[in-house]
Design a protein around this ligand. Structure first.
Ligand SMILES: Nc1ncnc2c1ncn2[C@@H]1O[C@H](COP(=O)(O)OP(=O)(O)OP(=O)(O)O)[C@@H](O)[C@H]1O
Length: 569
């Protein structure tokens, strides 16, 4: 089970891998010395009547060989572990960096539970690959070759028997491996499904409780975990069976060598010393291949996990290279833009054209599913049109996404609160500037809501610590834009599900935020739409009307219908 991507990781530290393997081979040479000395010692004691000095010499060599063997083994394990830890740390860093540098929508298209399984369990599985499986793979060829050099010099027949019987072990290993590939794949996928399911249920626990559906979901989780348990047991059964077969093959091979040696010892064709030496060495000769069989399933597990890890690492990065010099925002123009989500049969938005100029407040309205969020993502540069083009200051947006995103602020519908202090949550940088944080939280009105918190802006918030209310979270998101001092604001009005008092606070903060700024917003409130310079009305992915609030109301078309014939006005 050789995975090219994983082998590539070795290039980062060839020294550690070489040390792991070289020490193991050195250990093999020490074994040769130990067993030769031991065989000579016993031969000297029983048959050759060697003098005390020679016997002491052999005894010393036996012990020295044993000590070197043990030290080499410990060293090889140590460097193997170092190697695997280094690879784990680097891969986890690479995964986190990829989460930061790739398009956020691509990350979000994967379930968080699935990503966590890849990040935690997947990388853990690779540890065994690096500290055990890969070094063992090299050892299982290197050590037998090393032994054969000595065995062939002493006894050609035993050497030949060993050469012929050794491949039986990898043969059975690969044969069983081929049968078990699909079941190992299934096990990994089921683990990911289970993690995704658990995470989903935990997130939606409140909804499930309220609707009285938590028991159903509990049963469903029990079903998924039972299915994972059954598959894991199947994998374990195969792993057990393969170990059994490999043990059997190795034991039979040793028996064949032993019988051959015994027969020739009886007929006098072979002396006691080489026969005993080869007999001692025979189990050690098959041992690395047997151990490889034990790690074979870990190799397969790691191969499965690696496929997901490297598929994630190969997601395209957002464009960071700035090809066009930074310019103040002048206008953003959509020219016959259409977008089709990958794998989706229908266009999410179709043939959209409009121009948004600096200083303007542009409001998007429409029924749910009409394409507002898709237009927002297109304008943010998170996704690129499948047809048509978007121009920023007259030049393609796709060539200036990095500078564009650095210039803009975003207030999403459901802002995320990171598990850190409020100040860090506002600044979203390692060293928040206290004055800027204070000012941002004051203008947004967040400070007033924090009066009850013991440490004010330094209060830790987020999951499992102090949970902010919906209104506080919205004001926090607005404070972020004030902190960044972005001239251009994207807004998905975060006023849904707020009580009246919080809503009026958030609306007040939004009014402050929008004053003097260019704004591109998904509008749910009349208040925002009334103040907009341009309202775009979306319906089933198409732009069906545009104008100011008054113009649209006067027209009595789609917008008028959306406002309930003026009754919501
Ligand atoms: N990730 C996605 N993959 C496939 N189709 C999608 C995806 N996101 C949205 N769509 C589809 O694209 C269309 C437009 O969706 P969009 O989210 O842009 O509408 P919306 O007006 O923002 O709706 P809402 O107000 O409910 O958020 C819908 O038909 C929706 O099902």
């Amino acid at each position: 089970m050789i995975n090219k991507n994983l082998l590539g990781e070795l290039k980062k530290s060839p020294l550690l891998f070489s040390l792991t393997v070289l020490l193991a081979l050195l250990g093999a040479l020490a074994t040769v010395v130990e067993y030769w000395a031991l065989a000579s010692l016993i031969d000297g004691l029983i048959f050759s009547n060697l003098g005390d000095e020679r016997l002491k010499g052999y005894l010393f060599l036996t012990l020295a060989g044993l000590a070197v063997k043990v030290l080499c083994q410990l060293g090889s394990d140590f460097f193997g572990l170092q190697l695997s830890e280094m690879v784990q740390v680097e891969l986890r860093e690479a995964l986190v960096n990829k989460m930061k540098t790739t398009n956020p929508l691509l990350v979000r298209s994967q379930s968080i539970g699935q990503l966590m399984t890849t990040y935690l369990e997947g990388v853990d599985k690779l540890a065994v690959y690096f500290h055990s499986y890969l070094p063992q793979l090299v050892k299982s060829f290197g050590i037998p070759i090393c032994f054969l050099v000595f065995i062939f010099q002493l006894d050609l027949i035993s050497g030949l028997v060993m050469v012929v019987t050794l491949p039986l072990i990898p043969f059975f290993m690969v044969l069983i491996g081929k049968w078990t590939t699909s079941i190992t794949h299934l096990q990994w996928k089921k683990l990911q499904i289970l993690a995704a399911y658990l995470q989903d249920v935990l997130r939606g626990l409140e909804t499930l409780k309220i609707l009285g559906r938590s028991k159903d979901q509990g049963e469903r989780i029990a079903e998924v975990s039972e299915s994972y348990r059954v598959t894991t047991l199947k994998v374990q059964r195969w792993a057990f069976l393969s170990s059994l077969v490999l043990e059997l093959a190795a034991t039979l091979s040793i028996a064949i060598v032993a019988v051959g040696l015994g027969l020739r010892l009886v007929t006098g064709e072979l002396n006691y010393l080489p026969a005993f030496f080869i007999l001692l060495l025979a189990p050690e000769y098959y041992q690395p291949m047997r151990e490889l069989g034990g790690f074979f399933h870990s190799g397969m597990d790691a191969d499965e996990a690696a496929q997901d890890i490297y598929a994630f690492l190969q997601l395209p990065d957002r464009q960071t290279q700035v090809r066009v010099p930074a310019q103040a925002f002048d206008h953003l123009e959509f020219k016959n833009v259409s977008y089709n989500y990958p794998g989706s049969p229908a266009l999410a938005v179709e043939d959209i054209s409009f121009n948004w100029r600096a200083g303007e407040k542009l409001a998007l309205v429409g029924m749910s599913g009409s394409g507002k969020t898709t237009l927002l993502y297109l304008a943010l540069g998170f996704i690129t049109p499948t047809a048509g083009e978007i121009l920023l200051n007259g030049k393609p947006l796709k060539d200036q996404v990095a500078i564009w995103q650095a210039k803009i602020g975003l207030v999403p519908q459901d802002p995320y609160v990171f598990r850190t202090t409020i100040a860090h949550n506002i600044a979203l940088e390692n060293q928040p500037e206290p004055n800027r944080v204070r000012r941002a939280s004051e203008v947004s009105g967040l400070t007033g809501l924090l009066a009850d918190l013991p440490a004010g802006l330094e209060t830790p918030v987020g999951q499992g610590v102090h949970t902010l209310s919906g209104g506080q979270t919205a004001l926090l998101a607005i404070s972020r834009v004030f902190y960044q001092a972005s001239e251009v604001v994207f807004l998905d009005e975060p006023t849904d599900h707020l009580d009246l008092a919080s809503e009026s606070q958030v609306l007040g903060a939004l009014k402050n935020l929008l004053a003097g700024r260019s704004a591109f917003m998904i509008a749910h409130r009349l208040h925002t739409i009334r103040d907009a310079d341009q309202v775009l009305v979306m319906d089933k992915g198409r732009l069906v009307e545009r104008g100011t609030y008054d113009q649209l109301m006067a027209r009595q078309g789609a917008f008028y219908a959306l406002t309930g014939g003026g009754s919501h006005a």
